[in-house]
Design a protein around this ligand. Structure first.
Ligand SMILES: Cc1cc2nc3c(=O)[nH]c(=O)nc-3n(C[C@H](O)[C@H](O)[C@H](O)COP(=O)(O)OP(=O)(O)OC[C@H]3O[C@@H](n4cnc5c(N)ncnc54)[C@H](O)[C@@H]3O)c2cc1C
Length: 485
């Protein structure tokens, strides 16, 4: 018999029902489904249910429907959700949060999960006098932006993407797949400057050109001219009905700053995800931890898990110690995974395979027998194992080339690592292995949504969607069934 605590449930208010806020609520509900220990109030400024914003380019392309990108939002006696409601003020002395409805919520613990907002660079023509995007201009951060973008573009007409990072390239691919004629402009010397090296960027740009996307790296934009396009500083005009600005984000820290909490490139938090006030916590894109992680789903999910352990009392020793980010570009027809340092550490040994004709490039940097960085364009077989070695700081096999070819290391039998603690994650965001997915299939999960429900695979950055489909297909094929959802 489980004994119920006689203490009143702890009142936790979560501000932000985005990816990490929704995941935190889910993690709490798993630990305390009846709401005996915690009463949670989730305050979200967006009007609808939580969704996976990483998949917005896929929604644009038509690869997903709005239902496909919905995130789990468990209901229960311990959870109240306030949608379309913004928190407007924070009084840490009285422990209250003010809402735009005029209400005031009392909390025992407050979780800031306010994420980040798209930043508009100070370029003439981009912003209206009130700071909102001007005619023909949009970001792609939320569903409202997605709707705006859908209304701005049409097949056959030109559009410009300003910013050649991961988000810009994913957006450009999605627009091109919808028949839009796309140009990408990047001010840095090469695209995805923070994740890949220059040589890889050259091959990637060529792969994009094959798909009909013009890539202009190391070019500076001068102004947006509605009805004409984006004018570069040398006078070149890139024609466009629309410009999608994907040139960075700013963490949403206004509530914390006004309440006097320390913030730099986010609200500063420690390993317990606490701010300077031990009753106020921050997770996800609005949080700045010394070990990093803002801007990516997987660290935000990890923070949500740790904080749920701490605030429900499930594991008071849980700590978030930082991130080892692996980036996967989700662009149909292009397979790119990148991790760690991009320009080779001092003293690192580099193995490079360059095959521009086939639009393939791989670089593996190893120091003291461990992966310090890797870029894999067109090497899908190698990506899971190299990511695992990087994640776990595990010893790299002697035969680096075999590793890049996705071949088993000498002495390692086929599938030897499967099921063990060293098995590669298919879904890194949720730490789901191939064995987990196969087990879910055996337990009756025969479609991607069913596997997502059972294991959470594909509900993070979505980069594993194709891998999960392939595993399901293989399992179906092995038994003669044939259904991939
Ligand atoms: C198109 C796109 C592609 C991406 N691709 C990847 C990828 O491939 N891999 C990856 O790891 N990451 C990717 N990201 C980043 C990823 O989406 C973020 O890291 C993640 O969403 C962060 O979650 P969050 O909960 O901190 O913030 P968000 O998901 O932004 O949620 C914050 C929520 O808080 C709400 N809010 C803000 N202020 C208030 C307030 N005062 N009151 C109430 N509510 C408030 C906002 O309305 C929002 O709903 C991508 C992002 C985008 C937009």
């Amino acid at each position: 018999m489980t004994r119920r605590s006689t203490r009143p449930a702890r009142r936790i208010v979560v501000v932000g029902n985005g990816m990490t806020g929704a995941r935190f609520a889910e993690e709490v509900a798993r630990r305390d489904p009846e709401g005996h220990r915690v009463h949670l109030t989730v305050v979200g400024a967006e009007p609808g249910p939580a969704y996976n914003r990483v998949l917005l380019p896929g929604l644009l392309e038509g690869a997903y429907t709005p239902a496909d990108i919905a995130l789990p939002e468990p209901e229960g006696p311990g959870i109240t959700r306030l949608r379309g409601t913004a928190a407007t003020g924070l009084d840490t002395a009285a422990r209250t949060v003010g809402l735009d409805t005029g209400e005031r919520l009392h909390y025992d613990d407050l979780v800031l999960a306010t994420g980040a907002r798209a930043a508009l660079p100070p370029l003439p023509g981009l912003a209206a006098p009130d700071g909102t995007p001007a005619e023909g201009v949009t970001a792609l951060r939320d569903l409202a932006d997605h709707r705006r973008l859908e209304n701005l573009v049409r097949p056959g007409a030109p559009a410009v993407v300003l910013g050649g990072g991961v988000l810009g390239l994913e957006t450009a691919r999605a627009l091109a797949a919808s028949g839009v004629r796309v140009s990408v402009v990047e001010a840095a010397p090469w695209i995805m400057r923070r994740q890949i090296d220059r040589a890889c960027a050259g091959v990637l740009a060529a792969a994009y050109e094959d798909l009909g996307v013009r890539v202009h790296a190391w070019r500076v934009a001068d102004r947006w001219s509605p009805g004409t396009g984006l004018v570069l500083d040398d006078g070149t005009v890139l024609p466009g009905d629309a410009v999608v600005v994907t040139a960075g984000v700013r963490p949403a820290v206004d509530l914390a700053e006004k309440a006097g909490l320390a913030s730099s490139h986010g609200v500063e938090v420690d390993d317990r995800l606490s701010t300077g006030d031990p009753r106020v916590h921050a997770i996800g894109d609005c949080a700045a931890h010394p070990g990093g992680g803002a801007g990516l789903v997987q660290p935000g999910y990890e923070q949500a898990r740790v904080l749920a352990d701490l605030l429900t009392g499930t594991d008071t020793a849980a700590r978030y110690t930082g991130a080892r980010p692996v980036t996967r570009l989700k662009a149909t027809g292009i397979d790119l995974t990148a991790m760690g340092a991009t320009d080779g550490d001092q003293g690192a040994e580099s193995v490079v395979v360059s095959d521009p004709a086939k639009r393939r490039y791989a670089r593996l940097d190893v120091a003291e027998g461990k992966v310090t960085g890797a870029v894999l364009l067109g090497f899908p077989e190698a990506a899971p194992e190299v990511s695992r070695l990087f994640d776990q700081a595990a010893a790299v096999p002697e035969d680096r080339l075999a590793l890049l070819q996705g071949l088993p290391a000498a002495g390692q039998g086929d599938g030897e690592a499967a099921g063990g603690p060293g098995e590669a994650h298919v879904c890194r965001c949720n730490a789901v292995t191939r064995t987990d997915i196969e087990q879910a299939w055996l337990d009756g999960a025969r479609t991607r949504p069913a596997v997502a429900q059972a294991t959470r695979a594909t509900t993070g950055c979505g980069g594993c969607t194709r891998d999960v489909d392939a595993i399901l297909k293989a399992m179906d094929g092995a038994t003669g069934a044939a259904k991939v959802g």
